[in-house]
Structures are given as C-alpha cells and as structure tokens.
Write a protein that binds this ligand. Structure first.
Ligand SMILES: Nc1ncnc2c1ncn2[C@@H]1O[C@H](COP(=O)(O)OP(=O)(O)O)[C@@H](O)[C@H]1O
Ligand SMILES: [Mg+2]
Length: 381
C-alpha cells in the first residue's frame, strides 16, 4: 500500500488533513474543581473515536462541551471549521445520545424516532420515509408500533440510536451507549454500532469506561485520567506501546517491574531488576541514560511458562513456583511467585485438551517463565 493510500484510513498521520473536531486548550471548572484540564484533541471525519477513562475523569463533561450543553471555562472548540463558543446546541452539526436513553414512554418507537424531525418542521412524507429507513437500519421495523416498556434493553438502545441518527448529524456523540446492556448483548451491539457507523460515514465520539469496548470499537482512543489525556493512539498503539504505567495498567493487565538501565547500546537496552533478580534484554535502542530508574511492563499473554529449564541461562527469564491456576476453558491463568515477593501473572491459550483433570502445569509446580526481547515495554513514568 502506498503511503498516501495508507493515510486515507488514518488521517491523523497525514500532516495536511484537516481535523473535523478541534479542541484547543479546553478547561472546564466547576467552582474550584477542575473537571477537564487543558486538553487538546483532533478528531477526523469518519473516525470512531473513544474517550476512555475511569468514573469521574471528565469524559461526559468533555462530550457535553462538544454538544454545547456546557461552556468551557477556557479554550476553544472548532467543529467542521467553525468556532463554537457562540453556537447553541441545536445549531451545532452534532447530536448526542445520552447515557440514559431518555425515550418518551407514551410514544411508540416510530413516534420517538420521528419526534426531532417533526419539531424541526420536516415535511410529513419525508419524515415517514426517513423514519422507516432508519428503523430498517437498526432492525426495529417489526417493533415500530411498540412503546418503550414493551422493548428489551438492547431494542431501547437501538431506538435511541435511530432517534439520534435520523437527524443526519455530522457527528454523533454517544455517552456510554452500551452501558445498560449485559455483556453478551453489549458485544453483539458493538459490532452493530460499528456497521452502522461504517455505512453512514458519520463521525462518532464514544464515551466509555470499558477498555475492551474501546479496543473493539475505535479507530483511536484517548485515555483520560483526572481531566487530562494521558495517551491518544490506535488500540494497537495503546496496548502494545503504552506511554506510562497508568496506561499499561489501565488497558489490559501488565506485570510491572522496577529496575535500572545498566547498558544502553545502539540497538538494545539492558535493564536489571533486583527483586526478583531478572535481566531484561530489550531489542531496540532507547534515549535513556544508563543508571536511570525505569519500569518494565510485560503482558501476561507474552510470557511463556514451562516446567523445563530454558536451554541457555541469561536474560528474559525467571524461575518460580505456581501459586494458583485458573482454568477458563479457552485459556488458563497462572499466578507464579518469583523471588521473595513478586507474583507474576501468566495467561496461556489451551490449544490441546488436558488429560482428564491433569493440566500440563499445576499448583505448586516449579516453572520457568521466559519472554521475547521485543515483549517487554520500558516506561519512564
Ligand atoms: N455540573 C457539575 N457541577 C459540579 N461538578 C460536576 C458537574 N458535572 C460534573 N462534575 C464533576 O466533574 C467530574 C467529572 O465528571 P464527568 O465528566 O461526569 O465524569 P465521567 O463522565 O468521566 O464519569 C466529577 O468529579 C463530577 O463530580
Ligand atoms: Mg460520564
């Protein structure tokens, strides 16, 4: 693929691409409390962008500022080239789907979806056509005459989505859109949401506290903590190359070791950890001085576990004792005590069936853990 074709899917890599939403130095204070703290953000047309973070980190507040329901204390928001400070919510090219879907209980599905168009004075025939198209898209046509209380949670979620989309906004803002659904339905609905977004080409900005959801849905993710962005990147970048310990720990799980850089070569780095004693050999150079304190993150699925000693001793391995085994069917998790106190988590897919109830690695086994030189991530903060 040429660089240019490549960048069509990833406009954030193209220095000439114009962002569709531009947030510049935006802060929101409630009294003395800073809910959103001087954030910068650029979202491109057609993206499915996730704001991800724990409860109270400022996701909803930022979304509400994009929608125009909150005014920034300072900073500027541009949408589709226009500065938004004087533009009221109903004149912005955005629509918001709220956390509680806020459907009208006395109206049918059809009437709920038609409501906004009716209020805008759209012609009757147009309304009927657009509503019926939208109900088809979210697969609710058979339910068009029902009232919200006659629907399941997933169906109600789709009515809310249809109601937001029928107005053909350029941007749809979704606040925890799948929060009310149970796990299985949520996973299924994630794919429906992606399909609909793909068909319509509308820019979606989704707020979620669920990292798996953000990983599944997004073109890019902004990880938030205490009103700030700690990292913005594609799901792969955020998972494989977290910038900080917070991100490494928040997205998936990570074994964290504290050590020092003892060797800094052009194409490799060696980090020594003292308890448990491990030497990490990392197969790329880094601009960090020898002697610097660093942290190493290793994902549980990147660690190999075996009862056989590795053929060579040296870097990227450690011996330990199995403290616990969790058999999840598709994979097993191991808690391995290494050194005096450190517990290392390892996950391993179960590619072959266990013989009866006997597992290849079991409680109290002495095991060796090892990993590739490319698997460990060096973090400085
Ligand atoms: N209208 C408000 N008045 C005072 N504090 C608020 C208001 N709205 C939100 N906050 C506070 O701002 C912080 C961020 O809230 P919010 O954006 O809703 O977080 P999130 O959506 O990430 O859970 C929270 O501590 C919340 O209590
Ligand atoms: Mg919220």
């Amino acid at each position: 693929m040429s660089q240019q074709a490549d960048n069509q899917d990833r406009p954030w890599l193209d220095p000439d691409a114009e962002p569709f939403i531009k947030v510049q130095g935006v802060t929101k204070k409630f009294g003395p409390f800073t809910a959103v703290d001087n954030v910068d953000l650029q979202i491109y047309r057609g993206e499915l962008f996730c704001l991800l973070g724990g409860s109270g980190c400022g996701k909803t507040t930022l979304l509400r500022m994009l929608a125009g329901f909150e005014t920034p204390t300072s900073g500027t928001i541009y949408i589709d080239g226009a500065e938004m400070s004087q533009v009221p919510p109903y004149e912005r090219p955005v629509n918001m789907m709220f956390q509680s879907y806020a459907l009208f209980p006395h109206m049918t599905v059809e009437q709920n979806v038609a409501y906004g168009l009716k209020r805008d004075g759209v012609a009757k025939a147009d309304i009927a056509m657009r509503v019926s198209e939208m109900l088809k898209m979210v697969e609710l046509t058979p339910f068009s005459k029902r009232k919200p209380h006659q629907l399941s949670g997933g169906q109600r979620q789709r009515v809310a989505l249809a109601r937001a989309l029928v107005k053909q906004p350029k941007v749809l803002l979704l606040d925890e859109p799948l929060g009310a659904l149970d796990k299985r339905l949520r996973e299924q609905t994630q794919f429906e949401l992606m399909n609909i977004q793909d068909q319509l080409g509308i820019t979606f900005v989704v707020v979620t506290h669920d990292q798996e959801e953000a990983m599944t849905l997004s073109t890019r993710i902004a990880v938030m903590d205490e009103g700030r962005f700690v990292q913005i990147g594609t799901p792969t970048e955020i998972y494989e190359s977290p910038d900080t310990r917070f991100v490494a720990d928040f997205i998936g799980s990570a074994n964290m070791f504290e050590g020092r850089i003892v060797e800094n070569g052009a194409d490799h780095v060696v980090v020594r950890v003292s308890d448990p004693r491990i030497e990490f050999f990392i197969d790329h150079g880094m601009s960090i001085k020898e002697g610097t304190k660093v942290w190493i993150a290793v994902r549980p699925e990147k660690i190999k576990i075996s009862k056989n000693a590795p053929t060579e001793s040296g870097a990227n391995q450690i011996q330990g004792t199995v403290l616990g085994v969790g058999y999840l069917g598709n994979l097993s998790t191991y808690r391995v005590q290494a050194g005096s106190a450190k517990v290392v988590d390892v996950t391993h897919p179960n590619q072959s069936r266990p013989k009866g109830d006997r597992h290849a690695v079991d409680w109290d086994d002495q095991v060796y853990l090892s990993w590739d030189p490319s698997s460990a991530v060096v973090l400085t903060k």
